[in-house]
Design a protein around this ligand. Structure first.
Ligand SMILES: [Zn+2]
Length: 69
């Protein structure tokens, strides 16, 4: 007895697989982290908050890589 499989979408942030269901409050993102990252980018774009950029350091930690198949 399994319910209908919820549709899966591609996470706009990490391009990983995201489940589109009420159990995933972060949809279309796969996780809170991805959503926050995306919102942060939007805020920078929208409000043009002056930020101090550190040369030579990219802002995103690269601890996780999406599985490639
Ligand atoms: Zn993601």
């Amino acid at each position: 007895m399994s319910a209908a499989t919820p549709p899966k979408v591609r996470c706009p942030q990490c391009a990983g697989e995201s489940v589109w269901s009420p159990e995933n409050p972060w949809r279309p993102f796969c996780s809170e982290r991805c959503k926050l990252i995306d919102l942060g980018c939007w805020a920078d774009e929208s409000y043009r908050v002056p930020v101090q950029e550190v040369p030579g350091v990219s802002g995103l930690p690269d601890n996780e890589t999406p599985p490639q198949s």
